[in-house]
Design a protein around this ligand. Structure first.
Ligand code: GLU
Length: 559
C-alpha cells in the first residue's frame, strides 16, 4: 500500500502533486504517475504520465512534457497485483474519460474484471485497480453522475482501498473514498487536497479532515462534501496538524521512548490498515507472489537480532500451534556463520526495524538462493532487506528514535500474527479462528490505552527497581520471549543486569540467586500454564524474592 495525492485548485497542481509524491517516497514504491484535467478547445481532457522507478523519473518526464491543469491525482505504487511496470502504474483510466488512483487491494477484482470484459471493456493492466475505473465509467455511461457512479462502484468492491477519482466531463471535481486504507482531506483557502498521509500536503496546508471508513467525499475549490457509508451527508471535524505527532520530534513527551510507547495504539491501527477487510486477512498485502509462496511453504525459518529476534520467538509458538508447520528461529549473527540445513519448502522470514541490520541482511544474502522464498517484516520500505526479499510486510510504525524498541516490537508482533494467519489458511486454520484473531487485533488499540492508563502504578514499581543491581524475568510459552524482551529492555535502558528464564527452568539453577534483593518479574498467561507458573512463583516467595506479576487482565492491574 503506497501513496495517493490529489488536488483541486485555482492554480496549476502538477507541482503540488509531485512534491506530495516526493514526501511519500519514504514509504517505498515501484512506480509513480499522475493524471490531470485540463481544457483544450473548449473541451475537458485528461492527460496522464507514468514512470517506473523513482518519482524523479516522473519529474524528468514532466520537464519534457508538462501537464497543465488545476485538477489532478497522483500515485506511488507498491505492486500487489501485476508486476511493477509502466502499464501497471497508476492512474488507471477507462478510455479517456475516468482516471483513478488506488491504494490497497480489491479482493473480488477477478469476478468484476470478467463481468466488465463481457460488457466490452478492454483491460490494459494486470492490476486490481483498473476495474474501479471501468465500473465508474460504466455507471456514468448509463446516466449516473460521477458521485453516484463512485458510490455504486464502491458498493461492489470488496477489500481495502483508498481512491481518488477524476472525470473528463467533470471539471473542478475531485472524488475521494476510503474503506480500510487511510485517506485525509487537506483544507486550503480556495483549494482542497487529498492524500494517503497528511505529510504529503504540509507544504500546502496544515488543516485536515480525516475520512472514516466507508466515506465518500466530493472536493471542489470552495467546498468539501462528505457522505458516510449509509449515504448520509456528514461533517468531519477539521484538525490542525500537530508538529511532533507521529514524526521525529518528541513534542510534549519527556523523551522519545515515552512518546513511542504512547504511539502504540495508533501504530496498532496502521499496521492493520490495508491488510484486513472485515474480519479476514488480505494476503496480497504481502506482495503479488504471496499466494504462490505461502502455498508451497512447508517450514519457516525466522532470522533476526535483538528485539526482532524475540518477536520471532513469539511467532514460533503461534506458527507451530496454529499453523502446525515447523518454525525455527535463530539470531542472525549465529545463523549467517554456521552451516545451516534448510529443508525443502523453507520460507525465510527476516525481521528488522530498519531493514539494514547488518547480520540479518548478510543472513538473507547467504541463504537466499537455497530457500523457497523470502519475506521481510520491516519498518522501512526502501531498505535493503525489503528490496532484496521476495515478499515484504511493512510494520508502518513510523520513525523510531528511542534506543529501546517499543512500538517497533509490538507492530512486528502484529505483522507476525498476520503472517501466521496467511500460512494458516493453507494448513487448515479455520476461517472462524482467523476472524476471531483479526477482531482481537482490532481491539488492540483499546487494550493498549487501558494499559497506558496504568502508568502511575508502573512508575511506582519502577522505584522499587532503582537501587537494585539484578533482576530476573520469568515467562512460559509465548510469554517466555516476552520475558526475554523485558530483560533486554531493562538492561539497555537502566543498566541493571537482568536475565530471563523460562519459568520451568527456575529450579534448575537460577532459584539459587533469588533473595530479597532480587526483583522477579513474571509475565503470567491466562491459560492452562497459569497453575504451573503459580507454582514457580511460590518457589520465588519461599526464598523471599520480591515478585512483580503482569497478568492477562489489565483491569485487575499489576500486583
Ligand atoms: N493493488 C494496487 C496495485 O497493485 C494498488 C497498490 C498500492 O496500494 O500501491 O496496483
Amino acid at each position: 500500500m503506497c501513496g495517493i495525492v490529489g488536488a483541486v485548485a485555482a492554480r496549476p497542481v502538477a507541482g503540488i502533486l509531485l512534491e506530495g509524491l516526493r514526501r511519500l517516497e519514504y514509504r517505498g514504491y515501484d512506480s509513480a504517475g499522475m493524471a490531470l484535467w485540463s481544457e483544450t478547445e473548449g473541451q475537458g481532457a485528461l492527460s496522464r504520465l507514468r514512470r517506473i522507478g523513482k518519482v524523479q523519473a516522473l519529474a524528468d518526464a514532466l520537464e519534457q512534457q508538462p501537464l497543465p491543469g488545476n485538477l489532478g491525482i497522483a500515485h506511488t505504487r507498491w505492486a500487489t497485483h501485476g508486476r511493477p511496470a509502466e502499464h501497471n502504474a497508476h492512474p488507471h483510466m477507462s478510455g479517456d474519460r475516468v482516471a483513478v488512483v488506488h491504494n490497497g487491494i480489491i479482493e473480488n477484482f477477478e469476478r468484476l474484471r470478467d463481468e466488465l470484459m463481457a460488457a466490452g471493456y478492454k483491460f490494459s493492466s494486470e492490476t486490481d485497480t483498473e476495474v474501479v475505473a471501468h465500473l465508474v465509467d460504466q455507471q456514468v455511461q448509463a446516466g449516473a453522475t460521477l458521485l453516484e457512479a463512485l458510490r455504486s462502484a464502491m458498493q461492489r468492491l470488496e477489500g481495502a482501498f483508498a481512491l481518488g477519482v477524476i472525470h473528463r466531463d467533470y471539471p473542478g471535481l475531485l472524488l475521494a473514498a476510503r474503506k480500510g486504507s487511510p485517506l485525509v482531506i487537506g483544507v486550503g483557502i480556495g483549494e482542497h487536497f487529498i492524500a494517503s498521509d497528511q505529510l504529503a500536503l504540509l507544504p500546502v496546508t496544515d488543516r485536515f479532515m480525516f475520512l472514516e471508513d466507508g466515506d465518500i467525499a466530493a472536493l471542489g475549490v470552495d467546498q468539501v462534501q462528505i457522505w458516510d457509508r449509509a449515504g448520509n451527508r456528514v461533517e468531519r471535524a477539521v484538525s490542525r496538524f500537530e508538529h511532533g505527532a507521529g514524526s521525529a520530534e518528541k513534542g510534549e513527551f519527556k523523551h522519545f521512548m515515552l512518546k513511542e510507547i504512547y504511539e502504540q495504539p495508533s501504530v496498532m491501527k496502521s499496521v492493520l490498515e490495508g491488510r484486513v477487510s472485515g474480519d479476514h486477512l488480505l494476503e496480497q498485502a504481502f506482495g503479488s507472489e504471496a499466494a504462490a509462496l505461502f502455498d508451497a511453504t512447508r517450514q519457516v525459518q525466522i532470522v533476526a537480532c535483538g528485539t526482532s529476534f524475540h518477536a520471532g520467538m513469539v511467532a514460533k509458538y503461534w506458527i507451530e500451534s496454529l499453523v502446525g508447520i515447523p518454525c525455527m528461529v535463530e539470531v542472525a549473527s549465529e545463523f549467517r556463520y554456521r552451516t545451516v540445513v534448510l529443508p525443502k519448502g523453507t520460507l525465510l522470514v527476516t525481521l528488522s526495524q530498519s531493514g539494514e541490520t547488518a547480520d540479518t541482511l548478510a543472513a538473507l544474502r547467504e541463504v537466499k538462493d537455497r530457500v523457497l522464498g523470502t519475506l521481510a517484516i520491516c519498518n522501512v520500505p526502501g531498505s535493503s532487506l525489503v528490496r532484496e526479499s521476495d515478499l515484504a510486510l511493512m510494520t508502518n510504525a513510523g520513525p523510531e528514535i528511542g534506543v529501546a524498541s517499543t512500538k517497533a516490537f509490538t507492530s512486528q508482533l502484529v505483522a507476525l500474527m498476520l503472517t501466521t494467519l496467511a500460512l494458516g489458511r493453507r494448513h487448515g486454520v479455520l476461517p472462524g479462528t482467523e476472524a476471531q484473531i483479526i477482531n482481537a487485533l482490532k481491539g488492540l488499540p483499546e487494550l493498549l490505552q487501558q494499559l497506558l492508563a496504568l502508568d502511575p502504578q508502573i512508575e511506582q514499581m519502577a522505584a522499587a527497581f532503582a537501587e537494585k543491581h539484578n533482576a530476573l524475568f520469568l515467562g512460559r510459552g509465548a510469554l517466555y520471549p516476552i520475558a526475554q524482551e523485558g530483560a533486554l529492555k531493562l538492561k539497555e535502558i537502566s543498566y541493571i543486569h537482568a536475565e530471563a528464564y523460562p519459568a520451568g527452568e527456575l529450579k534448575h539453577g537460577p532459584l539459587a540467586l533469588v533473595d530479597k534483593e532480587m526483583p522477579v518479574i513474571t509475565v503470567a498467561p491466562n491459560n492452562e500454564m497459569l497453575d504451573k507458573l503459580k507454582a514457580n512463583m511460590q518457589e520465588v516467595r519461599a526464598r523471599g524474592g520480591e515478585l512483580f506479576v503482569f497478568a492477562g487482565n489489565v483491569r485487575r492491574g499489576c500486583t
